[in-house]
Each structure stands twice: as structure tokens, then as C-alpha cells.
Design a protein around this ligand. Structure first.
Ligand code: NAD
Ligand code: TDX
Length: 357
């Protein structure tokens, strides 16, 4: 089992990263320190980590506001905190935004990953046990028809600027392993849901709009399929890879839980009706089919037998109760939603979509 001391988490103020840090600091097999390096874009919010800062700030948890594209800042953090492990979450993560403005995706997702790899290469020369884990997505594999699954050896076929930027960063990570013998792992995960997800993504957007009785925009015919996984299950898989994963390997992580978008939106409407004391069908009238996303991938489905067999990981949430807990969290944290949706995000939405959101 790999021994981890000073972990650099990039993008730790975002959705998955903040949940990861919270879980990591509660992990019984980890006694080290976490350094969260985040630029705090519209998607990064320190409010996500208020409890972590209170309980561990200045002791086992440190926040550094920096851009992963800033080589000086990244190198400084590596040296000042004697980093031995990187968990690289930082990215521009929303497909729709990558269609409107790909430049930031290429910069952060590709160039940012390059800067981090270079820092690791120069700071880790001769460092025993140092390891770089890269968080990627199932979207790099492209789009499936009605049958079949993505395996670790499925050829890459990214189709949006977002997935192309993630795919190219995956290639770079592998190249550093082969060329410079850097210890690396990569995980390709399916769609996550859970607390602290920015309300631009399907599940929190729908929950937030249902609560406010706003339109529920379903793209195209609503029959695109995604495989949903609770964020804690994603993060327990990342922990398994960090501690037991083999350098040079890729691990798929998935929920084995496929849903057509429209069916999922129906379930959210029904569950929200239950929570908010309305009749079962009440919120479905808010659904509106809107113009499809350009190049919208039809279906994602992950085969995650490898991580199950080799690292003993498995999902622990069932979708029904995971969704209930998630909905409750958003209902209890309406102020969080209002806060994260103000500022830069709101300005961008108004520029690109008018006032729809
Ligand atoms: P998110 O958008 O919620 O958070 C991204 C974080 O990265 C934010 O805190 C943001 O401030 C930070 N960031 C962005 N650009 C930065 C930069 N240049 N320098 C430093 N920090 C920067 O994203 P998320 O949903 O938590 O996704 C995290 C990672 O997981 C991403 O790499 C994404 O591709 C991958 N992923 C996400 C999902 C999903 O369903 N959300 C699924 C599979 C993989
Ligand atoms: O308003 C919407 N209406 C709609 O029909 C939104 C926001 C989405 N959709 C559809 C598009 C997708 O088929 O719902 C599905 C899910 O959309 P997103 O939540 O935007 O996720 P997706 O595009 O599948 O990508 C997500 O999973 C893989 C994350 O955003 C990525 O970061 C991750 O890599």
C-alpha cells in the first residue's frame, strides 16, 4: 500500500474535489496533509470547504489560490509543501461551456496538466514513492449506440472540446509515465451526482429549477443516456487507486446505473413533489424540450470490472436513496445555490442564454 504524506489536490474547491478533501481528512488510513490548489473560477467555492477549514485549517489542510497554468506558483507549492502525491481534479468541466468557449478548456485542461506534470518531473527527481493521479472522464471514449460498454482499452474518440481537452491531457499523463518514468495513474469516471455540484449540471440544475418552478430544459429528444455515480463512490475509487493502483494503469469508474435523461428528470419531478407536498405529476409541466446540445453524445456506459477485481472497489450508494439524500441537501442549502449562482456564472448565462436560468 502506497504511503501518502503531503497530497496536492488541484481543483479542491469544486464539486468532486471538495467532497474528496472532506472524505480524505476523515480517512482512517491517512494522517498526512492536504494542500488544495484552486484558481476559484466560477465553479470553485471555498464555501464548499467551510467545515474543513474550521476543523483542519493550518494543521492538516492548506488552501492556495493559484492557477495550474502558473508554473512558478505550482513549483513553489510543490517545494514549500514537500508534495509527494498529486490528485489532479482541476479542470473546466462543463460540456456546454466548452462549446461556447473552448479556449479556456484547452488552457486549463491541457496546458494546466502539462505544467503540473513538469513540476512533478522536476521536483520529484529521485523522490521515493511520489505519485501523480489524473482524474479524467468516460467522455474521452466518445458515444455508444444502444449496446456496448467503454473498457479501459476502448480507443479514444472525444467529440466535444471538453472531452478532447481531457483526452489530450490523458495522453500527456501517459507520455510522462513512458518517457520520464513518472509514477502515474488515470481514472475515467462516469457522471457524478451529490452535494456541492454546481447547478449547471443536469441533476442540481433540475432540482434548483423545480424548486423555483422554472423551466426544465431537456436537450433534444431527452433520450440520451448517462451512467450516474454518487460522488463519494467516485472518491472511494480514487482513494483505492492512490493507495493500491499500479503505475501506468487506467481504471474505469462507473455507477452501472444508466438512465435516459427524460426518465431521470421525471423521477426528480416526482421525488421533489413528494418532498415539497405537491401531487406526483405537478412539476412535470415545467419540462420543455429545447434545442439539442451540438454534437450531443448519445450514450455513455462504463465497464468497471477492472477496478472491482484488481483493487476491490465497489459502489456503496443505491441510486434511489442517493438521489433522496442529494435532493434533501439542495433543499436545505438553498442559500448555497443562490451564492454560487451569483457573480461570474450569472453574467455568463445571461450573455449566452438570456435570463433562462
Ligand atoms: P468543477 O467544475 O465543479 O470544479 C473544478 C474546480 O477546478 C473548481 O474549483 C475550479 O475553480 C478549479 N479550476 C478550474 N480551472 C482552474 C485552474 N486553471 N487552476 C486551478 N484551479 C482551477 O468540476 P468537477 O465536476 O468537480 O470535476 C472535477 C474533475 O473531475 C474534472 O477534471 C472533470 O473533468 C472530472 N470529472 C467530472 C465528472 C462529473 O460528473 N462532474 C465526471 C468524470 C470526471
Ligand atoms: O439543462 C440540461 N439539459 C439536458 O438535457 C443539461 C445541463 C444537461 N442535459 C443533458 C445533457 C447530457 O445528456 O443531460 C445529460 C447530462 O448533462 P451534464 O450534466 O451537462 O453532464 P455531461 O455533459 O454528461 O458531462 C458530465 O459527466 C462527465 C460532467 O459535466 C463532465 O465533467 C464529466 O466529465
Amino acid at each position: 500500500m502506497r504511503k501518502l504524506q503531503n497530497i496536492l489536490v488541484t481543483g479542491g474547491a469544486g464539486f468532486i474535489g471538495s467532497n474528496f478533501i472532506r472524505n480524505l481528512l476523515g480517512e482512517k488510513d491517512f494522517e498526512g496533509r492536504v494542500i488544495n490548489l484552486d484558481k476559484l473560477t466560477y465553479a470553485g467555492n471555498l464555501e464548499n470547504l467551510k467545515d474543513v477549514e474550521k476543523n483542519h485549517g493550518g494543521k492538516r489542510y492548506f488552501f492556495v489560490r493559484a492557477d495550474i497554468c502558473d508554473s512558478d506558483a505550482v513549483n513553489r507549492v510543490f517545494r514549500e509543501h514537500d508534495i509527494d502525491t498529486v490528485v489532479h481534479f482541476a479542470a473546466e468541466s462543463h460540456v456546454d461551456r466548452s462549446i461556447h468557449g473552448p479556449a479556456e478548456f484547452i488552457k486549463t485542461n491541457f496546458m494546466g496538466t502539462f505544467i503540473l506534470l513538469e513540476a512533478a518531473r522536476s521536483c520529484w527527481q529521485g523522490k521515493e514513492g511520489a505519485h501523480f493521479h489524473h482524474i479524467s472522464t468516460d467522455e474521452v471514449y466518445g458515444s455508444l449506440g444502444e449496446t456496448g460498454y467503454f473498457f479501459e482499452n476502448t480507443p479514444y474518440d472525444p467529440r466535444s472540446p471538453y472531452s478532447a481537452s481531457k483526452a489530450s491531457s490523458d495522453h500527456l499523463v501517459n507520455a510522462y509515465c513512458h518517457t520520464y518514468n513518472l509514477s502515474v495513474t488515470i481514472s475515467n469516471c462516469s457522471n457524478n451526482y451529490g452535494p456541492y455540484q454546481f447547478p449547471e449540471k443536469l441533476i442540481p440544475l433540475m432540482i434548483s429549477n423545480i424548486r423555483e418552478e422554472k423551466n426544465l430544459p431537456v436537450y433534444g429528444d431527452g433520450r440520451n443516456i448517462r451512467d450516474w455515480l454518487h460522488v463519494d463512490d467516485h472518491n472511494s475509487a480514487v482513494w483505492a487507486i492512490l493507495t493500491k493502483g499500479k503505475s501506468g494503469e487506467t481504471y474505469n469508474i462507473g455507477g452501472e446505473n444508466e438512465w435516459e435523461n427524460i426518465k431521470l428528470v421525471h423521477v426528480l419531478c416526482e421525488k421533489m413533489a413528494g418532498f415539497l407536498g405537491k401531487e406526483k405529476e405537478y412539476y412535470k409541466k415545467l419540462i420543455s424540450y429545447v434545442k439539442d446540445r451540438a454534437g450531443h453524445d448519445r450514450r455513455y456506459a462504463i465497464n468497471c470490472d477492472k477496478i472491482k477485481k484488481e483493487l476491490g472497489w465497489k459502489q456503496s450508494y443505491d441510486f434511489n436513496s442517493g438521489l433522496d439524500m442529494t435532493i434533501k441537501w439542495y433543499l436545505e442549502n438553498a442559500v448555497w445555490i443562490a451564492n454560487v449562482k451569483s457573480g461570474e456564472y450569472q453574467k455568463w448565462m445571461e450573455k449566452n442564454y438570456g435570463t433562462r436560468a
